[in-house]
Design a protein around this ligand. Structure first.
Ligand SMILES: Nc1nc2c(ncn2[C@@H]2O[C@H](COP(=O)(O)OP(=O)(O)OP(=O)(O)O)[C@@H](O)[C@H]2O)c(=O)[nH]1
Ligand SMILES: [Mg+2]
Length: 235
């Protein structure tokens, strides 16, 4: 088995080196081969250069630079398409998603198609603001009732899956926009009867740098995305 960890980055110079080192440390005791694929959208803070400086000749670190495209979801798809693993892990680069869960998520893919992090199953949560936790929880209820999905956290974005589950799926119709790609991903996978196990995750505060999320803007975008799926005007 070979595992590819996809890290989308935009202005994550403060976290990227630390995170890559921590992932290397965590995976050093695992028996499988792994690579870390970083997709940077030409961050003005020099994230890409930082990776080249710190990991110049490390074949397990694969930095990809996109000059003419920008966006979280398309960056993740770009990383997946340029990865060599049969198991894919996707996570944020700012330590919101605790990297020590990677081995567990990967292990679960031996038994399930997808291991998906959730803040809303027992043991999950958010160390960031309570307001954001509650808001996101309510929005997930809205997704649940509107789309009929069984998953409790449709905006987590911390997950592992067997790459072959993407065969035959129209990926362009899922991987666009921001965090709403994950609503579409889980929706489509549930429609295709994939086996999904939700794993408790406690989100940590970002370790450095600034958030790229505009909460009000994303809320409108996510609501629109959910309604488009609901009324079949998406694809
Ligand atoms: N390649 C790429 N990565 C992006 C883009 N926008 C955000 N990211 C990355 O996507 C991840 C999530 O973005 P964040 O700003 O952390 O969003 P968030 O987790 O909702 O907000 P925080 O609470 O501040 O962490 C981070 O690893 C970002 O660097 C983008 O346009 N391109
Ligand atoms: Mg984050």
């Amino acid at each position: 088995m070979r595992v590819s960890i996809i890290l989308p980055t935009y202005n994550e110079k403060e976290s990227i080196g630390l995170l890559i080192r921590e992932i290397h440390h965590i995976l050093s005791s695992e028996s499988y081969e792994s690579e870390i694929v970083i997709v940077d959208d030409n961050s003005p803070d020099g994230t890409y250069q930082e990776i080249l400086n710190y990991f110049p000749d490390n074949p397990s670190v694969v930095p990809l630079l996109r000059l003419h495209e920008k966006g979280l979801a398309s960056a993740i798809l770009h990383g997946i398409q340029h990865s060599s693993g049969d198991v894919i892990v996707v996570m944020d680069t700012d330590f919101n998603h605790p990297p020590n869960l990677i081995p567990l998520l990967v292990k679960i893919t031996e038994y399930f198609d997808i291991a998906s992090g959730s803040r809303y199953v027992i043991g999950g949560g958010m160390e960031t603001s309570y307001g954001r936790y509650l808001g996101s929880k309510l929005f997930n209820k809205f997704i649940h009732y509107t789309l009929g999905v069984k998953t409790t956290d449709n905006l987590s974005g911390y997950f592992a899956f067997n790459k072959n589950i993407l065969d035959g799926i129209d990926l362009q119709s899922i991987f666009y926009g921001y965090g709403d790609y994950f609503i579409r991903f889980l929706y489509v996978m549930q429609k295709h009867h994939k086996f999904i196990l939700e794993v408790p995750v406690v989100y940590k505060d970002r370790k450095g740098g600034l958030s790229k999320t505009n909460l009000k803007g994303e809320l409108c975008r996510y609501t629109f995305s959910v309604l488009k799926i609901r009324f079949g005007i998406w694809k």
